[in-house]
Design a protein around this ligand. Structure first.
Ligand SMILES: [Zn+2]
Length: 434
């Protein structure tokens, strides 16, 4: 091939472009033609260019259509121009494989491939999930299908950062490279869950606190990232260290222990709402109606109305009803002289009435804005031996069960391995043993 001077080539391109423009401008509308229109709608993958059809051999042509909300598969197939017979054949063959036509998600992509532009598709790919495909082919004997699983890879990553505003911000500025998009929020939630007996992630974190985490990362087709197991984590809160090490003890299911070998599980949860449900924008007092409420001993958590409220410990319900400024109030009596109160509820959970027994974490009611409240939030109080106490103090440092003495050596080896890896630079970590 000879090289044409740049100017000549530019002129050629300009001419072609002008001709295309003219052709587009004066092309008459296509007549109604269902077969032809099959490949005109939607998102065509390799663009079919009518002008080239005469000079090049027919090429396969693909397009992707998404299942609309409320649309059936037959509806989708008809929309793309398949015959009734083909549509029902495909649905029957696909249902015999991996497709459950009753549980299809709106937005599910289906890829149609025709052997030649304009002909009826002979291959379909249902994107059942991010890692699941069902590939259907038209054969002489009818439609056949194969399900394909796309692989995920798992590795272990150390991440860490400094908290300036809140845990979400800290993740965003330190872990987003390894856990992009939604995954970094999932990691924040996972850490909050691990420390839910020890730390109120919505209240206890201060500017300058630090976190580190050793996390299994699962990367799927197309780069979608998920948070796997958190193997170990460490928070430095106002200078004091709190570690969590996942250990698979012989006597219990895998759980988290602090560095001294005490279970992180304890008698009380620190917060009656899951961290993921607490509005991070919360910052102002919610009781401008009565000034004296501004100095109350309770703690307010902003959350959407209807958010489940959980018992912070095993208890007996002593009160579940209307209580003036508290609105709908639940009061629980725990062992050792502890009581907890949950105010402004929209509703009580089923079975919550005086005398009922509840377990730690059990849903007892739902966030609302009843009583003296200007927006949906939970008012939470801790009462110890008849006196209101700050929950940050009253529910803190209640120690968990220590690891069995026969397993201490194994735990300490695991702890050294994980906490050692945790303190590496952020990045992919190779663990020396499983
Ligand atoms: Zn309050």
């Amino acid at each position: 091939m000879t090289r044409k001077p740049l100017r000549a080539r530019a002129t050629l391109y300009l001419t072609v472009a002008l001709l295309v423009l003219v052709a587009l401008r004066y092309t008459p509308e296509l007549p109604d033609n269902p077969a032809g229109s099959v490949l005109q709608q939607g998102e065509a993958l390799p663009a079919a260019t009518a002008a080239l059809a005469d000079s090049t051999p027919p090429a396969p042509e693909s397009r992707i259509e998404k299942l609309n909300r409320g649309e059936t598969l037959i509806g989708l197939f008809k929309r793309v121009g398949l015959s009734d017979q083909a549509a029902s054949d495909i649905v029957r063959a696909a249902s015999a494989k991996a497709l459950d036509a009753r549980y299809l998600k709106a937005g599910m992509p289906v890829e149609f491939t025709a052997d030649t532009a304009g002909s009826e598709p002979t291959q379909l790919v249902f994107h059942l999930g991010i890692d699941r495909l069902l590939r259907m082919r038209k054969t002489a004997d009818g439609w056949t299908g194969t399900e394909e699983r796309l692989p995920w890879t798992t590795d272990t990553v150390a991440v860490g950062g400094t908290i300036h505003a809140n845990l979400y911000q800290a993740m965003d500025s330190s872990a987003a490279t390894f856990f992009p998009g939604h995954a970094k929020d999932e990691l924040a939630w996972a850490l909050a869950d691990i420390f839910e007996y020890r730390v109120d992630m919505s209240r206890d974190l201060q500017d300058g606190d630090r976190f580190r985490a050793l996390v299994e990362r699962q990367v799927g087709p197309g780069g979608v990232t998920r948070v796997g197991k958190v193997l170990a984590a460490d928070f430095t809160l106002s200078g004091s260290d709190l570690s969590a090490v996942l250990f698979d003890s012989r006597s219990a299911s895998p759980q988290y222990y602090d560095a001294s070998g005490k279970s992180l599980r304890a008698q009380f949860l620190r917060v009656p709402l899951e961290f993921r449900r607490i509005s991070s924008s919360f910052g102002t007092r919610y009781h401008p109606i009565l000034k004296r409420w501004k100095t109350h001993e309770g703690t307010d958590y902003a959350a959407n109305a209807g958010t489940p409220v959980r018992a912070v410990g095993d208890a007996v319900v002593v009160r579940a009803g209307w209580a003036g400024g508290y609105g709908n109030l639940i009061e629980l009596r725990h062992p050792n002289g502890y009581r907890t109160r949950y105010g402004h509820l929209r509703a009580f959970a089923k079975g919550i009435h005086p005398g009922a027994h509840v377990n730690i974490s059990q849903t007892i009611g739902y966030v609302g804005t009843t009583g003296l409240s200007t927006g949906p939030h939970l008012h939470f109080e801790v009462i110890v031996n008849g006196h209101q106490r700050d929950s940050r103090v009253a529910l803190k440092n209640i120690s968990g069960t220590p690891i069995a003495s026969g397993e201490r050596a194994a735990f300490e080896a695991r702890r050294e391995l994980l906490l050692g890896s945790l303190n590496q630079q952020s990045g992919v970590v190779r663990l020396a043993l499983r």
